[in-house]
Design a protein around this ligand. Structure first.
Ligand code: 3SL
Length: 236
């Protein structure tokens, strides 16, 4: 019998140096809101999202005439076309367009993962499609939480627990980080909203009046798509 592939959770990009990326699939997780927004945009027929870590890179694309999106500290950064609300990416006029995208933590996590063999985008919005894809792919996998400025967060950890729950019959898993994520999921799977409401990021976003974004990003399986990085852009 073939050995099962391994799956590990990395709770923050600050810990990424502890994990090998070569020959691994990396799933980027930023439930609130970057990866949920990317999934939504591509499911609504945006052609591609070019992720960049820095505002200056995004500005350079803007000067070339690209549509640009930028978020810092939960707010739309000044001078760009779009922020990070998934609802902004459902517009008819964005269909078929490529958008350059930078966010506080999500795009940083993507850029730090460039040596992975494949980069995928995950969130509750695509959890079942993503788990089926990973099981089929049958390759060592790292679930990378974007976290908040290096500090682990509840929502990304909870999501990795939910994804692990689906993956574990097919993958081997032995780390304490995996156990933490799974335990969090098992304790709160019947009421994830109650737990997430206590999180620091939800408090931050509530201050900005975007409760409907939070509720939307926690919805499961709205979009059966698995965005991946093709070397230039995230596409489906
Ligand atoms: O940190 C990020 O990448 C963002 O997703 C944060 S926010 O939800 O837009 O505040």
């Amino acid at each position: 019998m073939n050995a099962q592939p391994n799956v590990e959770v990395c709770l923050s990009p600050q810990l990424l140096h502890l994990y090998p990326l070569q020959n691994r699939v990396v799933v980027i997780v930023d439930v609130l809101r970057a990866t949920s927004t990317i999934i939504t945009a591509l499911a609504h027929e945006v052609a591609g999202i070019i992720p960049v870590a820095k505002l200056e890179q995004c500005e350079a694309y803007k000067r070339l005439g690209f549509i640009t999106a930028a978020e810092r500290d939960g707010k739309k950064a000044e001078g760009f076309d779009l922020g990070n609300s998934p609802f902004s990416y459902m517009a008819e006029e964005l269909k078929g367009k490529t958008i350059v995208f930078t966010t506080t933590n999500g795009t940083e996590a993507i850029s730090k993962s460039s040596s992975a063999s494949l980069i995928l985008i995950g969130g509750f919005l695509n959890i079942t499609a993503l788990s089926k894809f990973l099981i089929e792919k049958n390759q060592d996998t790292l679930l990378l939480c974007a976290a908040w400025k290096g500090k682990p967060n509840i929502e990304d950890t909870l999501f990795t627990g939910a994804l692990l729950h689906k993956l574990l019959p097919h993958f081997s898993s032995s780390t304490d980080d995996n156990l933490l994520a799974l335990s969090l999921y098992q304790q709160s799977m019947l009421n994830k909203w109650e737990l997430i409401q206590k999180s620091s990021h939800v408090k931050r976003l509530q201050g900005l009046g975007i409760e409907r974004d939070i509720e939307f990003c926690l919805s499961e399986d709205l979009y059966p798509v698995v965005p991946y990085f093709n070397g230039e852009a995230l596409v489906i």
